[in-house]
Design a protein around this ligand. Structure first.
Ligand code: NAI
Ligand code: MG
Length: 356
C-alpha cells in the first residue's frame, strides 16, 4: 500500500466546492485500486480565517505544510478583502516559501468541449506552459512614496537572476524532452526590455546545448498571442516569465474552452518541499454556493498531483474518466452543459468505479 499525505486548502468561494469534488474523486481512485491511499488533512486557511485572525494562515503555516507529500489548493480571494492581501498572504506565501519555482500548466482541448478556435482539429491545442514562479515581475520589490500626493511615485521592480532563469529554462527543456514532439518555445520581450529579457535569451541558448534532442525557438510575447490563436498546432512546450506566462495561460485556458477546465501545478522540481496543485481559476464568487462550479479543472489538477506522486496509472485512469464524461456531454454551464458540480463528480466517480 502506497500512502500519500495530502494537505487540502480549499480556501474561498468555489474553492471548497471543487476541492471537495476532487477529494471524492481521489477517494474513488483509492477505493477502486487496493494499493493507493490518501491521508488528507484539511486546513481552514483563507479569507474567513483572515477575518478571525488577521492573517490568511498561521505564522507557522509553512512549517505545518512541510511534512506533506503534496498540497491540494482551491482558490483565494473575496469581494470584501483586497486581492493583494489574500494572494500574497496565502497562495504566493506558499509558492515562494516552499520555493515552488516551476508553475506548470498543461492545456488541451477536451472531447465534447468546443474551442473558440474555428476550423481546428480537437488535438490542435495540446500545450504545457511552464511559468517562472519565484521572481521576475512578481518578485514583490518596489514601493510607494508620497502616498496620495501629486508627486506620488510607485515602483514595481522586476528581478531576473541567472540562477532563477537557468533553473526554470532547464526544467522547461526537461518537460519538452519528456513529450512526444520535443519542442520548446522560449517567450520573452527582449526587443523592448533590454536587460532581464536579453539575459533570458542568452541563458536559453546556453541551456539548449544540454538538450540536443529538443528543437527550440524564441518568440516575443506579443507575437506569441497571435501564434497561439492562428497556429496552435505549431506549439508544444512553452516557457515564459511570471507575468508573461500568467497572461498567456489565461489566453490558453480560454482557447481550450474555459477557465473551468484548466489545471496547474506549483512544483519544486528538487522535491525539497511539497508541491502545490490547484485549478487555474479563482474563487468565482459570482457562482459560489450555486452548485454549478466546473470541477474538471480540479480533476485535471488531481491528475498532475498523482503524476507528481508517482501514480501515473491512477492519473491516466482519472484523465480517461474525465474525457469520457466530457465526451458524453455531462458538463457544467460554463462549457455549455446543464449539469451540476455534483452530477459531473458522480459521473466521473461512476466511470472510475465501473472501470475496475
Ligand atoms: P475567476 O477565475 O474567479 O472567475 C472568472 C470567471 O470565470 C467568472 O465568471 C467565473 O464564474 C468563471 N469561472 C471560474 N472558475 C470557474 C469554474 N470552475 N466553473 C465555472 N466557471 C468558472 O477570476 P476573477 O473573477 O478574476 O477573480 C475572483 C477572485 O479570485 C479574485 O479575488 C481573484 O483575486 C481571485 N483569484 C484567485 C486565484 C487563485 O487563488 N489562484 C486565481 C485567479 C483569481
Ligand atoms: Mg492568472
Amino acid at each position: 500500500m502506497r500512502r500519500h499525505k495530502i494537505a487540502a486548502i480549499p480556501a474561498d468561494g468555489i474553492g471548497p466546492e471543487v476541492i471537495n469534488a476532487g477529494l471524492e474523486v481521489l477517494e474513488a481512485l483509492s477505493a477502486s485500486a487496493s494499493n493507493i491511499a490518501f491521508d488528507v488533512t484539511s486546513f481552514d486557511w483563507g479569507t474567513d480565517y483572515y477575518k478571525g485572525h488577521g492573517e490568511m494562515m498561521p505564522t507557522d503555516g509553512l512549517r505545518q505544510l512541510k511534512p506533506f507529500d503534496a498540497i491540494f489548493f482551491g482558490a483565494v480571494g473575496a469581494p470584501d478583502v483586497p486581492d493583494e492581501i489574500t494572494l500574497w498572504g496565502l497562495r504566493l506565501a506558499i509558492c515562494q516559501g516552499l520555493d515552488q519555482y516551476a508553475n506548470v500548466r498543461p492545456m488541451r482541448s477536451l472531447p465534447g468541449i468546443s474551442s473558440p478556435l474555428r476550423g481546428k482539429e480537437p488535438g490542435a491545442l495540446d500545450w504545457v506552459i511552464v511559468r517562472e514562479n519565484s521572481e521576475g515581475e512578481y518578485a514583490g520589490q518596489g514601493g510607494r512614496t508620497h502616498r496620495g500626493m501629486p508627486e506620488e511615485v510607485a515602483t514595481e521592480v522586476a528581478i531576473f537572476t541567472r540562477v532563477g532563469i537557468t533553473r526554470i529554462i532547464r526544467y522547461a527543456f526537461r518537460v519538452a524532452q519528456s513529450r512526444a514532439r520535443k519542442l520548446l518555445t522560449v517567450v520573452t520581450k527582449s526587443n523592448a526590455q533590454r536587460h532581464g529579457m536579453v539575459l533570458w535569451d542568452e541563458i536559453a541558448a546556453e541551456v539548449a546545448q544540454e538538450f540536443p534532442d529538443v528543437t527550440w525557438d524564441k518568440m516575443l510575447v506579443d507575437a506569441m498571442t497571435a501564434r497561439m490563436v492562428l497556429r496552435p498546432e505549431s506549439l508544444d512546450t512553452i516557457v515564459a516569465t511570471n507575468l508573461h506566462a500568467d497572461i498567456l495561460s489565461d489566453l490558453a485556458a480560454a482557447l481550450a474552452g474555459s477557465l473551468g477546465v484548466a489545471p496547474t501545478a506549483n512544483i519544486d522540481p528538487e522535491r525539497r518541499f511539497p508541491s502545490m496543485f490547484e485549478p487555474i481559476h479563482g474563487s468565482a464568487f459570482d457562482i459560489a454556493r450555486k452548485g454549478i462550479a466546473n470541477p474538471v479543472a480540479t480533476f485535471l489538477t488531481a491528475c498532475q498531483m498523482l503524476d507528481h506522486l508517482g501514480e501515473a496509472d491512477a492519473a491516466a485512469r482519472l484523465m480517461k474518466a474525465v474525457e469520457e464524461v466530457c465526451a458524453a456531454g455531462v458538463m457544467t454551464p460554463d462549457v455549455g452543459g446543464t449539469a451540476t458540480t455534483r452530477e459531473v463528480t458522480d459521473a466521473v466517480i461512476g466511470v472510475i468505479c465501473g472501470s475496475n
